[in-house]
Design a protein around this ligand. Structure first.
Ligand code: URA
Length: 220
């Protein structure tokens, strides 16, 4: 693991939101620390979606598919996230999707992902905060325990089973904590799926999306 410099200080330039977002994206894609930590064929991954979104999904770090494509949540976890998004009646493009990390954490195993360290997440956090500042979402959804540690800080006493389904706050924005789609795929139980769906119903209420009886009744 390379020694990381102190986290970047972001001062957004004057201008409209689109040009500020473009400036930020260029800044992150050119980030020397991100570049230095990339896998050989990997790309730096910046957020995607509607810069005016009400709903902001946040994951932990790019995986293999994401670093190849240079886009968050485009692999198996992304497919499930897309299903969740269509389940609440939105399209992926209407939301904003980002990760705490902008590079895929390196490791020596032939496959799989290493969760980012707290230091790695702290380094990238200003980039995420700047995206939140620009998007000004009504709700952020934190996907998984590592993401929660990245956003709220590491707490050895925090248990996902206790905090998921609860509202927290990040950058003054209501934060819904739920399970990571990869965990749902690995765990696969109906119980976990139902919990994620209940968390999404809370999100729908908060951003005032209409909820049909069918949506209420998923998994019951
Ligand atoms: N898992 C994440 O946390 N983020 C991605 O972009 C893909 C998988």
């Amino acid at each position: 693991l390379k020694e990381l410099p102190s986290p970047p200080e972001i001062e957004l330039p004057e201008g409209d939101r689109a040009s500020q977002m473009e400036w930020l994206r260029d800044r992150v894609l050119d980030c020397p620390t991100c570049q230095a930590n990339l896998n050989p064929q990997g790309k730096v991954v910046f957020g995607v979606g509607n810069p005016d979104a009400d709903l902001f999904f946040c994951g932990e770090a790019p995986g293999a598919d994401e670093e190849t494509k240079g886009e968050p949540f485009v692999g198996k976890a992304g497919e499930l996230l897309d299903k969740i998004i269509s389940g609440i009646g939105l399209q992926r493009e209407q939301t904003y999707i980002a990760n705490v990390m902008n590079w895929r954490p390196q490791h020596d195993n032939p496959y799989g992902n290493r969760p980012p360290t707290q230091d790695e997440m702290n380094f990238c956090l200003p980039y995420l905060k700047a995206q939140i500042t620009l998007v000004q979402p009504k709700v952020i959804v934190a996907l998984g325990g590592t993401t929660v540690s990245g956003l709220l800080g590491h707490d050895p006493n925090r248990r996902m089973g206790d905090v998921r389904g609860n509202w927290a706050e990040f950058e003054k924005v209501p934060l819904m904590i739920t399970f990571h789609p990869s965990y749902v795929l690995r765990n696969g139980s109906d119980k976990i799926k139902r919990m994620v769906w209940e968390d999404m119903l809370q999100v729908m209420e908060k951003i005032e999306l209409p909820i049909s009886d069918r949506q209420r009744g998923f998994f019951t």
